[in-house]
Design a binder for this molecule. Sequence first.
Ligand code: FE2
Ligand code: FE2
Length: 385
Amino acid sequence: MSSAVLEPPIEMEIPTDFTTREEGNHVVYTIGNKTFRLNKEKARARMAGKRVINGERSAELNVLPLKYHEAYRIYKQMKANHWEPDVIDMTKDCTQWNSGALSAKERWIIEMGVGYFSAAEGIVGDSVLHVIEDNLTAAELKHASLRQIAEESIHMDSLLHIIGSLNIDIDEVTARFQDIPSIRNKNEFITRQMPELKRGIDLTQTVNKQKFAKALFGITQVMEGTQFYALFAMILSIHRQNKMTGIGQMFQYTLRDESNHIALGRYILEELINENPDIWTPEFRAELVEFMREGVRLEKEFVLDCLPEDGVGMSQAEFLDYVDFNADRRLVGLGLQPLSQIKANPFLWLDEVIFLKKEKNFFETRVTEYQTGGSVKNASEDDLI
Ligand SMILES: [Fe+2]
Ligand SMILES: [Fe+2]
């Protein structure tokens, strides 16, 4: 592996130029530099059966013809950001961890990061697999969702890399963090509704479609989109002071992955609602806002446990504002009412960390230029065939 592993992975602009043209009985489908010839009638039939839920199921997982272009684009983006925890150098982290270079507050935040995310990544991976992916019926949505599950495994693996490198007692950490009420409450809040959905419910009924939509919203917008971010910010602020840089780098990559998971979740929700407008009642919209409100309340308790007083170069108040800011950007992103008046991101530097452009690829030393300016063509069924 090259030394480029120490560089952040690139935020690539993926070619998103999808075009189709007819040739006799075929549709010629071009994605980037690849061309596919589809039988027109079969493609038309497959397209007609594509739905977010309750569509035709096929074991083939054939994504063509694409209906949900944005999901496929996000899949390509996720793949372009691939990284491997095992090769991140933890030498400096070990030295700092064992030499007293960290304050008690900083050590506590690192331990909270390991303790909380060890369970949280597993909850997300398990829920995306058994609740979300299992109920999706369109191949390109399943495809992107399966990629997300693989990335949650990478995140779990990164925590093992940290635990192994710092020689943390895994049983002791797990036991200690299981007993922290703010962590227990967050996890219980998000998983409460999952057992029923895992057993399989009739998704032709509006009430069950709403349960599915709420689970999707809960995992991707409340948990990943709001409840992960304050602790990410704390750990990356330690990294910013040139401490625990291996851990910081892993959390930087993880956070970039999460931004794709949030975008995918929002997109699937939007398409689900477009196809099933019976879900989107005023009562249900209010239910989602209240669900986020409870998520924010629990997250603020958690932030106060992570940072009982000002430290790590930032104030408690800023982290609490950051929770509100993230909650609102998830709500507004779905056309829902915001909960607070926090309009500005208190940690602008963090967005810059996540969205570094034109950095070196994880696996290659050369700087790679990618096509820019492409846009997703949301072709209608008629445009496509
Ligand atoms: Fe994750
Ligand atoms: Fe995620």
